[in-house]
Design a protein around this ligand. Structure first.
Ligand code: GAP
Length: 446
């Protein structure tokens, strides 16, 4: 048997549409560029991606959660440097009029139009990536608010509230998942770069002087996280930001990059933001944000080590990584391709599928009772359409780790057949042992 990994993004895009993971936004109106909707399977899958991250963060004793609002006081974005500094160099092609980022169109050091290849390009001008809107019924400058371009600022402005209410002592972190918006000049590659996306960010507040050590710790912690999710570690690498790549707030930064079908790209960033953000907010809000260390009777502004991941981007990387085609030759000489999403059970939208072998009422009744019982523990699919072989393949393609088949013998011997996604092995299990068996398999066998 030959195993093919994902070669082109389009294969995954069509699987996502066909199976209900991701649809284009407003598709019946022709779609809205770079916006995507998560379907029945995609919404559950994305929730699983978020829950896995949330657990890894907030089940530690030194990290608590937060859910701040998207709209914030406009001064936040002046203090944070985003009004002045969060922009990309925008250029136009004088020949075909397409518009693109100067830094992404360099060919042998010359800015070259990615659309028509012309090098007749305008001077670069700075394009701020923040979306603006107005608060309240008056659309004047005084009512301008921004859709947040990162979730991090919601954490900084709540630093004092969280530290006091959660009685946290430094070092400690605040984790948050939520939508962010950037008016990207060149979005693309499906859900990789979009204008509306979700971030999973954690800001870890530490004593100045310990920041470099914590930075190393978080680099290692985030690297190992991908191991626990079963990612092929050969497809991950670190990329250190050079002097001219560093964001305006960063003292040091490393990206974890993944090798997508369209090349190596940033998946998540780990940043040493020093005391930049708290200093700025303290200065412009006039509120003291210093931390008082009781033990040493010291007062200081904490440094921040940030881990910043995109939820949609992680969802994409994990799908790319999980996709495989198992190609074998049948007895009749024809080629057979089994498409499998080898997702870790924790990420799979359905953990189990219940499949009655026929539509006969006795089997349906038993299968439905089983489905109800299993649904108390897991997200369970039920499918009684088409041949059992086709139904297994459908579950393989959406990543369901286990299928439970109810057949006529089940009515006599109170046993069902469990079929495993990866090995395709089948076990016969007594129904009263089923839950224990599944618990065990989902925790240990993948
Ligand atoms: N708070 C720091 C920050 O926002 P960033 O490197 O700009 O840092 C963090 O963004 C992560 O958010 C990225 O590594 C990426 O996964 C995700 N991200 C950023 N822009 C995105 C976009 N336009 N579409 C999808 N994900 C994006």
């Amino acid at each position: 048997m030959k195993v093919n990994r994902l070669k082109d993004l389009q294969t995954l895009v069509s699987l996502c549409k066909r199976r209900g993971f991701v649809f284009q936004s407003s598709e019946i109106y022709g779609g809205l560029n770079s916006c995507w909707d998560y379907g029945p399977l995609g919404s559950q899958y994305k929730l699983n991606v978020k829950m896995a991250w949330w657990k890894a963060m907030t089940r530690r004793s030194d990290i608590v959660g937060l859910d701040a609002s998207i709209l914030m006081h406009p001064q936040v974005w002046k203090s944070s440097g985003h009004v002045d500094g969060f922009s990309d160099p925008l250029v136009d092609c004088k020949k075909c009029r397409s518009r693109f980022r100067e830094d992404q169109a360099l060919k042998n050091g010359v800015v070259t139009c990615p659309n028509c290849g012309s090098t007749d390009i305008t001077e670069a001008r700075s394009f701020n990536l923040m979306f603006k809107t107005h608060m309240g019924p008056v659309e004047d400058e005084g009512a301008v608010v921004y859709l947040r371009p990162e979730t991090a600022q919601g954490i900084y402005v709540n630093f004092e509230n969280v530290a006091t209410s959660a009685r946290k002592k430094i070092p400690f972190g605040i984790a948050q998942i939520g939508k962010s918006f950037r008016n990207e000049i060149t979005p693309g590659n499906f859900i990789f770069r979009t204008r509306e996306f979700e971030q999973m960010e954690m800001q870890f507040f530490v004593k100045p002087g310990t920041d470099e050590e914590w930075f190393e710790t978080w680099k290692e912690t985030r690297w190992s996280y991908y191991k626990t999710l079963g990612v092929d570690m050969d497809k991950l690498r670190f990329h250190q930001h050079g002097e001219n790549e560093l964001a305006h707030y960063a003292k040091a930064a490393f990206d974890i990059e993944y090798e997508f079908p369209f090349g190596w790209q940033e998946l998540e960033g780990i940043h040493n933001r020093s005391d930049f953000d708290l200093t700025q907010h303290q200065k412009f809000s006039g509120k003291k944000l210093e931390y008082f260390d009781e033990a040493n009777k010291e007062r200081f502004l904490p440094f921040v080590v940030e881990t910043a991941a995109g939820c949609d981007r992680m969802a994409l990387a994990l799908l790319c990584d999980a996709y495989r085609e198992e190609v074998s030759t049948l007895d009749n000489g024809k080629e057979d391709v089994r498409v499998v999403l080898g997702l870790k059970p924790v990420l799979a939208p359905y953990k189990v599928a219940v499949l009655p072998l026929s539509k006969k009422p006795q089997l349906q009744d038993l299968a439905n009772t089983l489905r109800e019982g299993l649904s108390e523990e897991w997200n369970v699919d039920y499918d009684d359409a088409a041949s059992i072989g086709k139904r297994y393949r459908r579950q393989d393609e959406i990543g369901t780790p286990l299928c439970v088949t109810v057949d006529f013998d089940s009515l006599e011997d109170n046993c069902v057949t469990i079929r495993h996604r990866d090995s395709m092995n089948q076990d016969r299990i007594a129904m009263d042992q089923l839950k224990n068996y599944i618990f065990d398999q989902l925790n240990t066998a993948f």
